[in-house]
Design a protein around this ligand. Structure first.
Ligand code: AMP
Length: 377
């Protein structure tokens, strides 16, 4: 066990690193944030900030000499750096799991190879692959960059193989995955924590509403039958086991009309759709990340109250600072801002959680609040 007083490193200093640092600091750990951006959101809550690229040799040596354990807040850290650090330090999630999640081709191939249900897909790594798309592949489809895509970025709808070929070329021939466009009933996510002994704790399943590919609202518990929630958790737990994973894992799933699930993607870290856990669960996903990293017993992740989380995007700042009164006058609302100084459209600036007696109430209230923030009277 790594006890309070020890130094924890987090690779990446965005809002997820910031909320990890807040949890770790409140439990008495020192936190070193490693992020090239000298003004990253996690810096405010860090004991020390390492401003360097993720392959910087001096930074690797600093970590090896000064940290007890390391985690990451985003999947695009070089798996090689995690491997180097794990030669001497405890590292969760392990490099293998991060390596799978940071590459869509690897991720989908891994999942389908083990029999997990995924949308139909076809890897495109060179232009001539387009000629080998199996006859009957369902178009319209989506072309997604295999690496570095997030929040709907790096993906385009394509109506025909020719269209896929021209987008592939326009993106400079980077590896891509062609994916069936799924008609789903709901999007949900399962977030779990798995420790190094293989024990798993599940957070309540959340139901997610996206706008233009970006999460807008999450509701917990998801408004689906209990048997379906159980099935989703079983899929997620089994994925974590097969990956020999430790740490926080988010599994995003599409729920189809006939009750089947398809795995959309995996995130080897706390997830935006789990932010409600900060205010609505006995243990948040960030505290659980600290606990798993330090190998201390995991906390109870039960839901205290139904909740809805609304993302506060930079678009809300178009006419200046949003009217915070709209949120703050609500006694069941918790506001979280990430300390980012330059709001840009599409940038996640913060979120709120609204607690309700029923998930429907919380969801409706979150919708209304977002609408009021967008067009205040
Ligand atoms: P991703 O970054 O892959 O999670 O995609 C962002 C969002 O785009 C998802 O949450 C879905 O709303 C949508 N999306 C992604 N893949 C598909 C798909 N194969 N079929 C339908 N919608 C999708």
């Amino acid at each position: 066990m790594i006890l309070p007083g020890a130094t924890l490193g987090v690779l990446g200093g965005g809002q997820l690193g910031r909320m990890f640092a807040m949890s770790a600091r409140s439990m008495g750990y020192r936190v070193v944030t490693w992020d090239p951006d000298p003004h990253c959101p996690a810096k405010d809550f860090s004991s020390f900030h390492l401003s360097a690229g993720f392959e910087d040799e001096d930074a690797v040596r600093y970590c090896l000499d000064n940290m007890d354990a390391v985690t990451t807040e985003f999947e695009n850290v070089p798996a090689k750096t995690l491997e180097r650090l794990s030669e001497k330090l405890i590292v969760t999630p392990p490099a293998k799991g991060v390596g799978i999640c940071q590459d869509r081709i690897r991720e989908k191939t891994f999942l389908s190879g083990l029999g997990f249900p995924v949308p139909e897909f076809f890897p495109v790594t060179q232009k001539k692959d387009i000629d080998s798309i199996p006859p009957g592949f369902p178009f319209p489809a989506l072309l997604k960059r295999s690496r570095l895509g997030y929040d709907g970025k790096g993906q385009m709808p394509v109506g025909t193989p020719d269209e896929a070929a021209s987008i592939f070329s326009a993106w400079g021939g980077v590896p891509c995955i062609l994916e069936e466009r799924v008609l789903f009933d709901k999007e949900i996510s399962v977030i779990l924590a798995r420790n190094r002994s293989g024990a798993i704790r599940y957070f309540p399943v959340s139901e997610n509403r996206h706008r233009q590919g970006v999460l807008e609202i999450s509701v917990a518990p998801a408004r689906i039958r209990e048997a379906l929630a159980k099935k989703a958790m079983e899929i997620a737990g089994s994925v974590a086991e097969k990956m020999e994973y430790s740490g926080i894992l988010a599994v995003e799933l599409f729920l189809l009309h006939d009750g089947r699930f398809l795995v959309n993607e995996l995130a080897p870290r706390p997830h935006n759709s789990g932010h409600f856990t900060l205010d609505a669960c006995l243990t948040s996903q960030f505290e659980q990340q600290v606990r798993v990293l330090c190998d201390i017993p995991m906390g109870d992740s039960a839901l205290s109250m139904p909740a809805a989380m609304g993302n506060l995007m930079g678009d809300l700042w178009t006419k200046g600072e949003p009217d915070w009164d709209i949120l703050l006058e609500n006694p069941r609302l918790k506001l979280h801002l990430y300390g980012k100084s330059s709001p840009r459209p599409g940038r996640k600036m913060g979120h709120f959680t609204i607690l309700g007696n029923h998930p429907d109430d919380a969801y409706e209230e979150a919708l209304v609040l977002l609408q009021r923030l967008q067009s205040p009277l």
